[in-house]
Design a protein around this ligand. Sequence first.
Ligand code: FMN
Length: 322
Amino acid sequence: MVTTSHFTLIMAPLQGFTDVTFRNVYARHFSGVDEALAPFLSTMGHQRLKPSRIKDVAPQHNRALPVFPQILGNAADDFIFLARHLADMGHTRVNWNLGCPHSKIAQKKRGSGLLMYPEMMDALLEKIVPQIPVPLSVKIRLGRQNKEEIHDLIQVLNRYPLDHVILHPRTGVQMYRGRADLDAFEAAMKASVHPFVYNGDITDTAFFSMVKHRFPGIRGFMIGRGILANPFLPEEIKGVLSDPDRRLARVRAFHDDLVAAYAGRFSGPGHLTGRMKGFWHYLGPSFTNHRMPVKKILRSPDFQTYCAHVADFFDSGPRFCP
Ligand SMILES: Cc1cc2nc3c(=O)[nH]c(=O)nc-3n(C[C@H](O)[C@H](O)[C@H](O)COP(=O)(O)O)c2cc1C
C-alpha cells in the first residue's frame, strides 16, 4: 500500500479503449480512479460536430466516473466552437491534446505535431484562452523531435492561466519506445508556473511510489496502459484492494460485463470481437501461463469461438499476477 497525501488519480484517454462504455463498466467493478480524461474529440471545421463522438462525454452518460473532455485540433475558431459546446453540455473544463504521436496527425500540426511550433501554439492560446468559458489544461509530450523542445514550450504555457499541465515525458517521434524521462519531467515541472500531472509507464505500485516520492506536491497522476493490464492498480495505489484472492473472479466479472455492454452498442459481432481482443493484448500478459491460451483468444475467428476460448481460459483457473 502507498500512503496517501492528496493527489488525483486520473484514467488516461486511450482512443479505442477508454470510451464511455468502458469507463462506466470499469467504475462498476473497481475503485481508486478519481476521474477520467476522455479520448480526444477532433475539431471538424465549419462549426460542425460529430454527435456520435460528442455522446461519449455527455454528462448524463458519465455519472459513474467524472470525465473531462479533450480536444484535438489546431484551428482556434473550431476549438472555441467545440469548447463552448462542451461547456454548454455542462463541462467545467476542457483539455487540449498536444501529445498524440501518430505521424498522420502530427504531419497536420495536430497533437505532438504542434510541439515543434511554439509560436503557433502561442498564437492559438492567445486566441483560445480568453474566448472559452471554462479553464483549459493541456496534455503534452517533451517535444516532437527532441526533448529540448520542452524548454520553449513551458515558457509559452507559462504566459497563460492554464488549469494544469499533463506531461508524458517522451517525445512524439519516440511513440512509446524507451522509458519515460523522469529527469526531463522534473526540469519541466520546475520551470513551470502551473500545477503538473505525471503520466507515463505507471504499471505497478513500486513505480508509482517512486514517482510520487520524487515529485511531491504534484497535482495528480494519470494512468493508461497500466489500468488495462491491471485494472486493480488504482485500488492497489490507494490501498483499498480488499481481497486479493478474488482477483480472478473480479476480472472475469468485469470482462463479461464489458462484453455485454459492448454487445448492446456495436452492430456486428466482428466489431465486438475486435474490440475485446484489443483488451487482451494488455490484460493477457498479467496472467500466469498466458501465452498459449491468450494466443488462442486473439486468433478467435468469430465471436462464439472468442467466448468459448475466454471461458476455457478463466475456467482453467489462471493466477492473475500482473
Ligand atoms: C491505444 C492508445 C490510445 C491513446 N489515445 C489517446 C487520446 O485519445 N488522447 C491522448 O491525449 N492520449 C492518448 N494516448 C496516450 C495515453 O493517454 C498516455 O499518454 C500514454 O499511454 C502514456 O501513459 P501510460 O504509460 O500510463 O499508458 C493513447 C495511448 C494509447 C496506447
